[in-house]
Design a binder for this molecule. Sequence first.
Ligand code: GTP
Ligand code: MG
Length: 232
Amino acid sequence: MVLRCPLRRSASFTSESRLLQGEASSSSDLTMEAKVLVMGAAGVGKSALTVRFLTGRFIGEYGDLESVYSHSMAVEGREVLFHIWDVPGDQVQEHRSPSEEKQVQWADGFILVYSICDRASFLLLPAKVQLIKDAKEALGPKKVPIILVGNKRDLGHHRAVSREEGRLLALTLDCGFHEVSAAEALDGAQAVFRGLAQRLCRARLAPKRGAGIRGIVKSMSAVFARKRTDSL
Ligand SMILES: Nc1nc2c(ncn2[C@@H]2O[C@H](COP(=O)(O)OP(=O)(O)OP(=O)(O)O)[C@@H](O)[C@H]2O)c(=O)[nH]1
Ligand SMILES: [Mg+2]
């Protein structure tokens, strides 16, 4: 079955060309726009995770779905409008390609998906994170918001990557981490996007708050007040 869900494409309400040209997403105190690239090896469940977040459903087979879709979500009292680019895995090679560099430049935040049953898809991640960090370095010292996602948690009997390995890799690479099953539940997909929005928000506020002792105190209070989730 191919996708028949009513998805909202960015082009229908905002200029996709503006987004694709990499113009910075706008944000105010109560709203924020975020351009998100979903990357990872073929078949790990990138489309399943994206469609789960967009529609709440798991439909099994996704066909060739590449496009930018939009969806909003409330995160800590702020409306976050995500523009999500789900990149088919066959375009994701171990080495960087010009099209991949363009995709990386377009995005503000990254979701790197692997399958807990596919070790090769996990081993690809450090190179992808490096590619992203190298590409974004030119934009300044801001931390790049990246979340690693171990998908297909429901297939525990085929597990080839432990949760601990995933968590440790994320810690080492300074990324967020979630294990989810796009097949089983919506809350995992929501937690992934919520975690990314929180990182994006922190990254955007960091320079403002960094100015002066008041900013440091404010940032620390925000960190300690934040509710603990199963993300890092
Ligand atoms: N059991 C299980 N199967 C899943 C899960 N997520 C995705 N799948 C299945 O894995 C297969 C690939 O899923 P896709 O979402 O198309 O994977 P993809 O990463 O988008 O693949 P490409 O676009 O080809 O790179 C499909 O048969 C899905 O039904 C999951 O959480 N659990
Ligand atoms: Mg796909």
